[in-house]
Design a protein around this ligand. Sequence first.
Ligand code: DGJ
Length: 729
Amino acid sequence: MPILYDAGAQTLTIHTLRTTWQMKVMHHGILVHTYYGPRCEGDMSYALQYLDRGFSGNPFDAGMDRTVSCDALPQEYPCEGSGDYRRTAFGVRDAQGVSGCDLRYAGHRILPGKYSLPGMPAVYADDEEAQTLEVTLRDERLSLEVKLLYGVLPAHDCITRTAVVTNRGGAVLTLENAASTCVDVVRTDLDRIVFHGKHTMERQPERTPVSHGELLLGSRRGTSSHHMNPFTVLCEHEATEQSGLALGVGLLWSGSFSGSIGADTYGATRLLLGIQNERFNYELRPGECFTAPEALMVLSAEGLTGMSQRLHDVVRKHIVRGPWRDAERPILINNWEATYMNFTGEKLLSIARRAKELGVEMMVLDDGWFGRRNDDHDGLGDWTVNEAKLGCSMKELAKKIQDMGLRFGLWIEPEMVNMASDLYREHPDWAYVIPGKPPVRSRDQLLLDFSREEVVDSIYSRINAVISGCGIDYIKMDMNRSVHDVYTVTRGLQSQGKVLYRYVLGVYDFMQRLLDANPELLIEGCSGGGGRFDLGMLYYTPQIWTSDNTDPIERLRIQYGTSFCYPVCAMGAHVSVSPNEATGRVTPLSVRGAVAMAGTFGYELDLNLLPDAEKEEVRRQIVTFRGLRRLTLEGDYYRLTDCVTDRDASAWMIVSKDRSEALLTWVTRDVHDNMAVLPIRARGLDPEAVYEDEATGESWTGAALMYQGVIIPRHRGEYSVRQYHLLRR
Ligand code: DGJ
């Protein structure tokens, strides 16, 4: 059993296949954290140092013993008021506005299977694959109970955490903070990696040493955001792709979040991650409870690759759900970069016809099909089909496309409204606007108050009428601004933290209802590209549009950063035109194709406009990707170069679990005269086996490919590509 309680030592130990997490109930019921690392047996608390530390206070019930201090000992769930002066995981104010609580151990239960969180995304597993530990903490004065939940998936070295806070008293309490996880490790020789970015350049890794100045990460945008992903890595200084300890911590949450990583004065590092604590002020009425979003932790002693591969497996098998979890995703064509909102039904059909002829499997109609939506100033919220523009009903258009043998998908942006819309004119109070304050507009749109059930209900009914009514196969669910001017007319829901929390639950409810009503529906998440690319969304949307940036050379960096947490089969990636619409960069179709194959693969252009030779190349690309699709859905991913420091070329690899098949791709990014030799060393192959490149028939041993590598030939001109589809003989 992965979870063990030792009554004598008062330890609670969580074992996964290769890792161990341990906590201990100390005298006075203080829950200290004793270990997180490679698998170890026994009571790890021998390493704790009990010292009289000046200015680190002691719990009252320790009497004259000045060696017990929450400020100096690693904590399992540190709270404000316990004497821990570091940044803490939890804080609460009583009805008088006084902060300060004192959480002590009150019991625990070890339960079969993995807990779930109603209405919220959570890792799931069969009962025989997982176990749950529930530790109850209590503050007697406040009549407050905090249940710490740990889900353990031993095979994946995965531990999930959340906290469920219940007000058991008769007075209103206000939560100031309730983080999802805290990791206290007694060492500071560590690095932290955050994934920052912006619109069209998401998830850029930045690695810095842990220092006494805390690094704060987070989003205050109401979404997980382009700007900082709710995923971070804590690793040894010497950790590389192939070796060293690396811990990945992510949040299954699509709203604002807060995190911090920093060293304390006594040689420990604290990592915190959870919902946004700034302006949180979540009112908890008597009997009410708050559930923190789930955090997921995966630790690997085999470096960053081991960490990523375990995360990918958890995402693919224990977060993504439904019929699309294990199914090959359709190769799609999307009309956005081909037409923007300037299309007719005939134009769409001509794109679809050509796409079908070249082998595409699904046509997606993007923004502009509803209301008076011909530019981005108008129509959002009016989910009635613009039949005049299409020249037919949506049902007819869907039928024509489906009759060609294509699936048919639609774009939606349910959380938004333009002021120039019938919806806004009818329900101005449904939008987030602070009375008397002109709202901040972004892309000329406002947010609908999805914290209100009646708003979600109404938008759901309008949109589902089109989806269910027209037999739509796929939805691209977009979200094109950050949240602002948060104000709700719902009485008693005024605190910003509560509104934003309920907003995200409203979005989850919307998607769940769509899936319940249309069980075969494939939803692709999107927020101006990858502005809501997070583990929470993946519970509802098996794939997410990675970025609005479709320049393949820029995509190399974006997809590289994204791969630290998220698998290839979650990354929406399309071939678009050259020169690229946004950057103007000219790239060969071969490069664009190979980069999109490190994702869900599709096209975002008018294939009719390509010269015949390129049309034939598209046909070949589609055949190639069909042959690789299962591998990209299930294989182990390897980053072969560092996209931040290796400027000349980028390379990656996907290897099947049984090592019988692999795809190795390199793309050159920079060109030099008299250039150095560029070897790319494969990984993850069977060294004894002989692998043959499907296209050329060349063969090598796995050992040769891994230790000698393949050599990028000297070339002239930028941007060349080579894909090796390696099959074990
Ligand atoms: C932003 C998305 O990321 C694009 O792909 C496109 O769907 C536009 N929105 C449509 O408005």
